[in-house]
Design a protein around this ligand. Structure first.
Ligand SMILES: Cc1ncc(COP(=O)(O)O)c(C=O)c1O
Length: 399
């Protein structure tokens, strides 16, 4: 019997990032020493004091349902944190808890989009964005950004908006490109959207992974008249090395927040009670929490500074310096021709012959590129680059 999967779910594609992770797991199971550069999560453990907060929450008996929008303490800790870090003026009623950033994005899209709406998504995009749009029965309209080095501009957005456009999805620092849209440009993008009645969903999952001179910038800090059009999808996953805790939140106008809470009341209800407790305590203990975040960020930056020039020495590789996140997005079109017809073939050769797992750019809307994660040790990165230099050769003059 064939199971009659619903049309909206059947139309969604599986995650290409998970396909790479599955290939790595399969090789490991066969006893192969794999260098996994496909990982989308920190290689650091959650800071010990945050784990202790969760235990404290359990001991306090926080083992029952909370409000669907999240514990009052969780929501007000987020309000205070954004006020202190970004000068944001948001109200508790504009914040709702979600199970990770992914549910925040789903809640935001499902409460706004109707079938037939157009959604602008800059390329390259995080794999989940177009799939959420498909699930809602809306249409993804992609914006090419290669001519601006993968950094979206307000002009590109203005040129792409039509009467059918309902939403723009942005993600800065970006997965997969690691590029960061400068704050002034972000603001101009929202101004262009607001003037045309287009909403903006901003995925701030990698908010604090911006390397100097780039700085963390949240759209939650915009004035109310612009914020009216914005939904911030926030996440504890990457910033605090808490991917498994499933803690996230939205910051959006009150009506949008109410709709999201209504939707969530019929799905996940809320993120785990003692996780909310631990997250609230972590945000309130800003000194210790941000010291832990800075230490992790400094290590990612150290790896980035080594990795990007090293990758640019490999024949056929070209990679711009990413300002944020923990990914290098490498243009391998220089290798296409006789042996390889697509970047997927290059990824396949790396996997088969060097046991290096990377993610093909096609799943991010950028065939010809490969995504290398540096959420792995410098030693692994060095081994990987050595193997790639052997495989493809070294440029006579580095790019
Ligand atoms: C851009 C982006 N947004 C959201 C997420 C999901 O985050 P969470 O674990 O908070 O659901 C990821 C995870 O890889 C991501 O890369």
């Amino acid at each position: 019997m064939t199971f009659p999967v619903s049309k909206h779910v059947a139309a969604m594609r599986g995650s290409s990032t998970l396909i790479a992770a599955a290939a790595a797991a399969d090789m490991r199971e066969r006893g192969i020493d794999v260098i996994d550069m496909s990982v989308g999560e920190p290689d650091f453990d959650t800071p010990e004091f945050i784990k202790q907060y969760a235990w404290e929450g359990l001991k306090k008996g926080l083992t029952k349902y909370t409000a669907t929008a999240g514990m009052a303490d969780y929501r007000s800790a987020i309000v205070e944190f954004y006020a202190s870090r970004f000068g944001a003026d948001i109200k508790v009623a504009e914040v709702a808890a979600s199970c990770g950033g992914k549910q925040a994005l789903f809640n935001a899209a499902c409460t706004l989009l109707n079938p037939g709406d157009d959604v602008l998504i800059p390329k390259p995009y995080w794999v989940t964005f177009p799939e959420i749009v498909t699930f809602c029965g809306a249409n993804s309209v992609f914006i090419e950004t290669e001519q601006t080095d993968f950094i979206l501009t307000a002009d590109q957005v203005a040129a792409a908006i039509t009467d059918k456009t309902k939403l723009l999805i942005i993600n800065s620092p970006s997965n997969p490109s690691g590029r960061v849209i400068p704050p002034d440009e972000m603001r101009r993008i929202v101004e262009v959207c607001a003037a045309r009645g287009v909403y903006v969903m901003t995925d701030e999952c990698y908010l604090f992974f911006a390397y100097p001179p780039a700085e963390p910038f949240s759209l939650a800090s915009l004035p109310d008249e612009l914020r009216e059009y914005v939904c911030v999808a926030g996440s504890f996953s990457k910033t605090y090395a808490m991917t498994g805790w499933r803690a996230g939140y939205t910051i959006a106008n009150e009506a949008w927040t109410k709709a999201m809470v209504k939707l969530q009341s019929h799905s996940a209800t809320h993120p785990t009670s003692f996780v909310q407790y631990a997250c609230a305590k972590a945000l309130r203990n800003q000194d210790e929490t941000m010291a832990a975040v800075s230490a992790m960020t400094a290590e990612y930056e150290r790896r980035r500074n080594w990795l990007i020039p090293a990758l640019n020495e490999v024949n056929g590789f070209k990679c711009a310096m990413p300002e944020g996140a923990f990914y290098a997005f490498v243009d391998v079109r220089g290798l296409l021709g006789a042996e390889f017809t697509a970047s997927a073939d290059v990824a396949d050769k790396l996997l088969r012959d060097a046991h290096i797992v990377v993610t093909d750019g096609a799943g991010f809307g950028a065939d010809g590129f490969l995504r290398f994660s540096y959420a792995t040790s410098l030693e692994n990165l060095e081994r990987a680059v050595d193997a790639m230099k052997l495989m493809f050769g070294v440029k006579a003059v580095p790019a």
